[in-house]
Design a protein around this ligand. Structure first.
Ligand SMILES: *Cc1c(COP(=O)(O)O)cnc(C)c1O
Length: 389
C-alpha cells in the first residue's frame, strides 16, 4: 500500500471513492451482497478476473477502507479485517498451519491466545514451545524442522514488558520462520513491527483503534502472499468484520494519533507519580528510565503506550482494598478506552493460572494494571491517590 502523506493525513484522507451523492464523509455500506451487471460480469467476478465486491463475508467497501488505512499505517501490502482480535489471531494461524506444525511463542501473550496454543491447537496436532521474554537466546534451541511461526506481543499484557523486535526479526529470518506480532498494545501509531522484520501484524481493533470501548474488531496486515492465504481461509470460514463496525473503526482511526498522544502523556505522568509513592513497590512503564527495557522501548516505540502496571504494598489484601476504594476509574476488562480502567490480573484475567505461572508472566498478587484514559490527568491521579490512602 503506497503511502503518500504523513501518518495523521493518511488516517484522515484515506477514503473510499465518492458515490454519485458526493458525500464528504464515507457512507456506511450496510449490505450483505452486491449486484452484477449481467451474466458475464457475474462469471468474471467469481472467476476472480476482476477485483470487486461480491459478498460481505469476502469483502465490503467499509472493511476495505479500514484495511487500507491500517496497511498504510503499518507499512503493509495487504490485510483482512475480522469480527474480533481473537478471530484475527485464530484465523491467521489456522490459515498458515498444518497438522504437525510447531509454533514458538513468547509465554506472555494475551490470555485467549495462550489458551488457543495450549488447549485447542493440540487437538489438530499443532504444538508450541514458549520462551521467556528475557531469554530470546533460547528461541533458536527450540526450532525444529516443523517450526513455522514465531509469535510475540510487545509491550506485553499485563506485565508491560518489552521484547526486542529487531532481534526477533533476525531470528525469524535466519530460521525461515514467519514472524507474527500482535501490535495491539502499541497501536500502529507508536510501533510498526514490519520495519523490524515482522511478516504479519495482528491487532485487536477493540482496544486503541476504536478507543472508545464500542466495537469488537480485529485485523491482520502484512505481505500480500501471506495475507492471500489468510483471506482464502477466512472467506470460507466466515470471521469477517461487520460493515458497521468497520465504518466506526475507520472514523476512529482519524483521531488515533491525537488520542494516543494524550494516552501516552497521561500514562507517563501517572507512572512518574506512582514511582515516588510510598505505598507502591514498583512501577512498570516502557518509557520510565527504570524500565529494564527502556532503551529497546525507545528504539522501537514512539512513546510508552496507555498501560501502566504497578504493585501495591501488602499483596492481595491491600490490592482488594485499593480496588474497592476506586471511584472514578472503571473496574473493567478492556484497555485503550477513553475511560481509564483498572484491573487486578491475579483475581480476574489470570485467576485460572497457578501463582507460579502468574509469576512467570510477571503478575504478583498485588499487581495492578491501569489503562490510562483521556480524562484530565489530575482527576485520574486524585482517584488513585485517595484509593491508595
Ligand atoms: C484484547 C486483545 C486481543 C483479543 O482481541 P478481542 O478483540 O478481544 O478478540 C488479542 N491480543 C491482545 C494483546 C489483546 O489485548
Amino acid at each position: 500500500m503506497n503511502k503518500k502523506y504523513e501518518f495523521e493525513t493518511e488516517a484522515i484522507r484515506t477514503q473510499l471513492e465518492r458515490s454519485q451523492f458526493l458525500e464528504h464523509s464515507a457512507p456506511l455500506y450496510l449490505t450483505s451482497s452486491f449486484v452484477f451487471e449481467d451474466a458475464e460480469d457475474m462469471r468474471a467476478s467469481f472467476a476472480e478476473e476482476k477485483e470487486r465486491n461480491i459478498y460481505s463475508r469476502y469483502s465490503n467497501p467499509n472493511s476495505s477502507e479500514f484495511i487500507e488505512k491500517v496497511c498504510k499505517m503499518e507499512g503493509a501490502e495487504d490485510g483482512f479485517a475480522f469480527a474480533s482480535g481473537m478471530a484475527a489471531v485464530f484465523s491467521t494461524l489456522a490459515a498458515l498451519l498444518n497438522s504437525g506444525d510447531h509454533i514458538i511463542s513468547a509465554r506472555s501473550v494475551f490470555g485467549s491466545t495462550h489458551s488457543l496454543f495450549t488447549n485447542f491447537f493440540p487437538k489438530w496436532n499443532i504444538s508450541h514451545s514458549f520462551f521467556k521474554i528475557d531469554e530470546l537466546h533460547t528461541i533458536e534451541e527450540m526450532v525444529t524442522p516443523r517450526t513455522k511461526i514465531l509469535y510475540a506481543e510487545t509491550p506485553t499484557n499485563p506485565g508491560v514488558d518489552v521484547l526486542d523486535l529487531e532481534e526477533l526479526g533476525k531470528i525469524a529470518k535466519k530460521h525461515n520462520l514467519i514472524l507474527i506480532i500482535d501490535n495491539c498494545f502499541a497501536s500502529p501509531y507508536l510501533q510498526q513491527p514490519i520495519k523490524f522484520g515482522a511478516d504479519l501484524v495482528i491487532h485487536s481493533g477493540t482496544k486503541l483503534m476504536d478507543g472508545q470501548g464500542r466495537v469488537l474488531a480485529g485485523i491482520t496486515v502484512g505481505s500480500s502472499e501471506l495475507v492471500d492465504k489468510v483471506y482464502r481461509f477466512s472467506r470460507i470460514t466466515g470471521p469477517a468484520l461487520s460493515p458497521f463496525n468497520a465504518w466506526v473503526l475507520s472514523k476512529s482511526l482519524e483521531t488515533l494519533a491525537l488520542r494516543v498522544d494524550r494516552h501516552c502523556e497521561n500514562a507517563l505522568k501517572l507512572a512518574q507519580y506512582l514511582e515516588q509513592h510510598q505505598k507502591v513497590n514498583w512501577v512498570k512503564y516502557p518509557f520510565l528510565k527504570s524500565h529494564p527495557k527502556f532503551e529497546i522501548a525507545k528504539k522501537q516505540m514512539k512513546a510508552g503506550g496507555c498501560v501502566v502496571a504497578f504493585e501495591v504494598k501488602g499483596g492481595l489484601e491491600e490490592g482488594r482494598k485499593f480496588f474497592d476504594a476506586i471511584q472514578l476509574l472503571s473496574l473493567s476488562a478492556n484497555l485503550g478506552d477513553s475511560r481509564s480502567i483498572v484491573t487486578h490480573p491475579a483475581s480476574t484475567t489470570h485467576s485460572k493460572l497457578s501463582a507460579e505461572e502468574r509469576a512467570s508472566v510477571g503478575i504478583s498478587d498485588g499487581s495492578v494494571r491501569i489503562s490510562v484514559g483521556l480524562e484530565n490527568i489530575n482527576d485520574i491521579i486524585q482517584d488513585i491517590e485517595q484509593a491508595l490512602g
